[in-house]
Design a protein around this ligand. Structure first.
Ligand SMILES: C[S@@+](CC[C@H](N)C(=O)[O-])C[C@H]1O[C@@H](n2cnc3c(N)ncnc32)[C@H](O)[C@@H]1O
Length: 309
């Protein structure tokens, strides 16, 4: 754990949406936008978390993302040596979604739910973000389907994979993340929650033999940003079995058409949308004529899989 700094500036809703839609706007900075409502007026703020004391050039880079802030001084806060994910998730209230209850410790668990203890920490996915809670709700609504195999791509804390394991205890489940730390965290959380048998794999999308070797999957979940979801459409469609269910999140409502078009081009049909605030969770069905790459998966990248949109 190292020291970190937060650079904060007020912004407009449009600026916040533009920042949320882009993948990485400032190298080495984690950008988070927050809306607060005060006296019926919405106020937006950009917080940029960095791990080195910000110099004037970095502050200028943050300022350039929010022209509406004009000459207003940015607030720079030195944060104690904890990581930003912990800071952004600290003190979260327990959350109920369908038959799931998610808490970060010492919560009174209601009867009749499957509780998951997900400590706020080094990976994304306590359930409190609309994308995660929307996926949990979507999974809860699928409980009466048959699922013998599932994959959670970009598992973060592992929460969605754990929900799958609860709903389909006999299913073969794979959880992947491009970030090895997330896979470590998922392993810790699986032990903490007595969830057994999930296979954990460090992988970029489906570009790894252990992921494709275990295909096809009846259920494919991916809560990642819209950009990666679009570029991964061919590989996620290809690892989905015929008539498999695909749950996608991490996209803003304004990005829905682009993501749906990418998956439609790979033979997948939109079945349902769960809209939460500005975010949309999509449920699609992989058709029998879904995209299948002509050659073997190329572990070096997605070049040559250009979609005809
Ligand atoms: C928004 S978080 C979602 C975490 C969790 N599944 C949830 O729903 O809360 C996205 C996760 O995807 C991972 N990720 C980003 N790009 C990826 C890629 N190309 N392949 C696999 N995982 C990726 C990130 O490391 C992060 O843990």
């Amino acid at each position: 754990m190292s020291d970190s700094w937060k650079i904060s500036l007020p912004c407009t809703r449009a600026e916040a949406e533009a920042i949320d839609m882009a993948d990485e706007l400032i190298a080495g900075a984690v950008l988070m936008t927050t809306e607060e409502v005060e006296d019926d007026r919405e106020q937006w703020r950009l917080d940029a978390y960095v791990e080195a004391e910000p110099d004037a050039a970095l502050v200028a880079q943050v300022r350039a993302l929010v022209p509406s802030a004009g000459a207003r001084a940015a607030t720079i806060t030195h944060l104690p040596p904890e990581d930003w994910v912990t800071l952004s998730q600290a003190g979260l209230a327990p959350l109920s979604v369908g038959r799931f209850f998610v808490h970060s410790g010492a919560a009174e668990v209601p009867a009749g739910v499957r509780a998951f203890h997900i400590p706020a920490g080094r990976a994304f996915g306590t359930g409190h973000h609309e994308t995660t809670s929307g996926c949990l709700a979507m999974l809860d609504g699928l409980a009466d389907r048959d699922v013998a195999s599932a994959i959670d791509v970009g598992t973060g804390t592992g929460l969605l994979a754990f929900a799958v394991a609860h709903l389909w205890p006999d299913a073969r489940i794979v959880a992947t993340d491009i970030d090895p730390v997330a896979i470590e965290v998922t392993a810790e959380n699986a032990a903490l929650n007595a969830v057994n048998g999930i296979e954990l794999i460090v992988a970029d999308g489906a570009l790894a033999d252990p992921v494709t070797d275990r295909a096809p999957y009846d259920l494919v979940i991916a809560n990642i940003l819209a950009g990666p979801l679009v570029s991964m459409a061919p590989e996620l469609a290809a690892i989905a079995g015929p008539s498999a269910t695909i749950v996608l999140a991490g996209l803003l409502e304004t990005q829905r058409a682009e993501v749906v078009a990418a998956y439609a081009a790979c033979g997948c049909t939109l079945e349902a949308v769960d809209r939460r605030g500005d975010w949309s969770v999509l449920r699609l069905t992989a058709g029998p004529d879904r995209f299948v790459p002509a050659g073997p998966f190329d572990p070096k990248g997605r070049d040559g899989w250009a979609l005809d949109l």
